[in-house]
Design a protein around this ligand. Structure first.
Ligand code: ZN
Length: 134
């Protein structure tokens, strides 16, 4: 079961410029940039009442975020829901016939366990499940 919206991921071409734009928009300063080698992105998070805005900048042309920006331009990339036990959620979704991008969780920003669900199984919106570890 999804517990809450954890964050909203936005693909950006220029992390510095986008961070400044969101700092102005939200009136909130972002956390420190973090590189996530496994996803070939650099990210910053803004805390907005416990829900985060994640800005993702590709670190190389092979990054899926680079491909996304090339195809569709910068913008809304995914919505992430916090779950308690990601493995059992993935099993539940598979059982229900959902199409998963990640059959098993991988490690995302902040060391969280994350897995993506295919947009075909979520009304066209790329969906991430994430579980805080520790
Ligand atoms: Zn995310």
């Amino acid at each position: 079961m999804a517990e809450k919206i954890d964050h909203i991921g936005i693909a950006v071409a220029d992390l510095k410029a986008a961070s400044e734009a969101f700092a102005l928009l939200l009136g909130v300063q972002p956390g420190l940039p973090e590189e996530v080698p496994e996803q070939k992105v650099r990210v910053v998070f803004f805390d907005v009442g416990g829900v985060h805005v994640e800005l993702l900048e590709p670190t190389c042309p092979e990054s899926t975020i680079a491909g996304f920006i090339e195809k569709r331009g910068p913008g809304l990339h995914h919505v992430a829901f916090a779950v308690n036990e990601i493995e059992s959620e993935l099993a539940r979704l598979t059982e229900g016939g959902a199409r998963l991008i990640d059959q098993t969780p991988r490690i995302g920003a902040h060391g969280m366990k994350i897995a993506f669900v295919h947009p075909k199984s979520s009304a066209g919106v790329l969906t991430e499940l994430c579980e805080k570890v520790g």
